[in-house]
Design a protein around this ligand. Structure first.
Ligand code: BG6
Length: 488
């Protein structure tokens, strides 16, 4: 792999400690980093190189999926780390950084390939991009790339503005918009599973599928992110990005040996085929919820508006469920139900595909005991695939007996999302990053919901912490004769 300088904005932040350093370390152990790899951590605080390396080591010992046991290996990993103070608005700091990077590139005879990773608040994105350009950091004879965390905009217009701004410094093929759900190993497998298994390929349409249910339930509340979360809600925090990305990854039909271009083209087609939601129809297709006090795994927890720094009067959504339709030849008339929320009964991200019931036939077996075939992709925290089939009950021969065919991965063997994403970006592979077209179409689809929420044009349904969300979310499916699977 080509030599690279990894320039990390927000090097003392939470994400860097929890995800980015452990990901880099595990890639290093797996020999998936370039031979010549140099990291410049940037932050506002004055920190020595030694103290920086010590804090990286601490984060590895706390958060790495693999234990840090080989000191020599660790030292060799850390030797590539440098720190530089940078105030994002200070042009001089960028100049100084450029000098340090060039010197290091010279010392190590590194090709001047630069990966800029923005692990900072969105309010800094534009300033940093401008300064990368104006300081000359971006004018390199090697490649330059930008990895950027969400949120990519606050609504359609702000996302467009941000994109236009970034495009003054980076071409679209240099921008790697992170949606960490696309880095989850099971999500990365969806494409291959469908493509390389004729058995699935044959079933992947409205001919056999009755409905699709995409769930991302969390047990955590707002934690220390009140200031951010109360402005965005579940719709911006999870739905516009992660949930719609899951929908795209599931619904695409890919040609054999497809390239990243094919994947992106097909994802865009899915988004373009999503039936748009008018503001006046938001109420019948979308459920907005907010948690009240309750208990999670036996522990009492407060309601959303009693959380620290959340205003008593907040109407913010901590839960959203929606019914979507893709109007194309494959998916016409198959409802896609999506739900996500905080303070729910269990942490679980999964996709359930419910197959149609064949016409009731004259069988010797009691039809009422038959269950629909279900194909389930468990995405996290556990990774697995299961298939529910009907067999005959040997005890009661007049009845069906459902059986599950199950596959589960062993967790410590599975790379973390950030390992996959950083690895791909270093290789310049954009397949599992959000293209601007997808981001724009997602905001476009979500915009009427944002408007309806803001104008309080839809009710805010309350649910107890530790439940599966408001009853209206069940009603959304019940209207079509379905229910959420695996709520117990
Ligand atoms: C983040 C959201 O993008 O995803 C968080 O900002 C959320 O609010 C998190 O908790 C969930 O990610 P995961 O990987 O734990 O499902």
């Amino acid at each position: 792999m080509e030599a690279t300088t990894f320039v990390l904005f927000g090097a003392t932040g939470d994400l860097a400690k929890r995800k980015i350093y452990p990901a880099l370390y595990n890639l290093f152990i797996d020999q998936k980093l370039p031979q010549s790899f140099s990291v410049f951590g940037l932050g506002r605080r004055e920190v020595s190189d030694e103290a920086f390396r010590a804090s990286v080591e601490h984060s590895l010992r706390t958060f790495s999926r693999r234990e840090v046991s080989d000191q020599e290996q660790l030292n060799s990993f850390l030797s590539g780390f440098r720190y530089s103070v940078l105030d994002v608005g200070h042009k001089e700091d960028y100049k100084k950084l450029l000098g340090m990077i060039e010197q290091r590139e010279k010392e190590l005879d590194l090709a001047p390939n630069r990966m800029f990773y923005l692990s900072v608040g969105p309010e800094f994105f534009e300033t940093i991009a401008t300064n990368i350009k104006e300081s000359g950091l971006g004018a390199t004879s090697g490649w330059k790339r930008l990895m950027i965390e969400k949120p990519f905009g606050h609504d359609l217009q702000s996302a467009r503005d941000l994109n236009e701004h970034l495009s003054k410094t980076f071409e679209e093929n240099e921008v790697f918009r992170i949606d960490h759900y696309l880095g989850k190993p099971m999500v990365q497998k969806l494409e291959v599973l469908q493509q390389s298994n004729p058995v699935l390929q044959a079933l992947w349409s409205n001919r056999y599928i009755a409905n699709v249910q995409i769930t991302a339930n969390e047990t955590v509340g707002v934690e220390e992110r009140a200031g951010y979360y109360d402005k965005v809600g579940a719709v911006r925090d999870m739905f516009q990005n992660h949930m719609l990305q899951l929908l795209m990854m599931l619904a695409i039909h890919l040609p054999k040996n497809s390239t990243s271009k094919d994947v992106r083209f097909k994802k865009k087609m899915v988004m373009e085929s999503l039936e748009p939601l008018e503001k006046e129809h938001v109420q019948s297709h979308v459920v907005r919820g907010q948690y009240d006090a309750g208990s999670i795994q036996g522990k009492p927890v407060v309601g959303y508006t009693s959380e620290p720094s959340i205003p008593q009067s907040s109407m913010n959504d901590t839960f959203i469920a929606a019914r979507l339709q893709i109007d194309d030849v494959f998916w016409r008339d198959v409802p896609f139900y999506i739900r996500t929320g905080k303070r729910l009964k269990e942490k679980s991200t999964r996709i359930v595909i419910e197959f149609k019931e064949p016409l009731k036939q004259q069988t010797k077996v009691n039809d009422d005991t038959r269950v629909p075939n279900l194909l389930v992709f468990e995405i996290s925290p556990n990774e697995g695939i299961s298939l529910q089939l009907n067999t005959r009950d040997p005890q009661h021969k007049g009845e069906f007996k459902p059986i599950q065919i199950d596959f589960h991965s062993i967790r410590s063997d599975v790379p973390e999302a950030y390992e996959n994403l950083i690895h791909d970006a270093l290789h310049g592979d954009p397949t599992f990053f959000a293209h601007w077209d997808e981001v724009e179409l997602s905001w476009k689809w979500v915009q009427p919901i944002l408007n309806a929420f803001q104008e309080n044009a839809v009710p805010l349904h309350h649910y107890s912490a530790g439940s599966y969300g408001p009853a209206e979310s069940d009603a959304l499916l019940a209207r079509d004769g379905y229910h959420w699977w695996f709520d117990s």
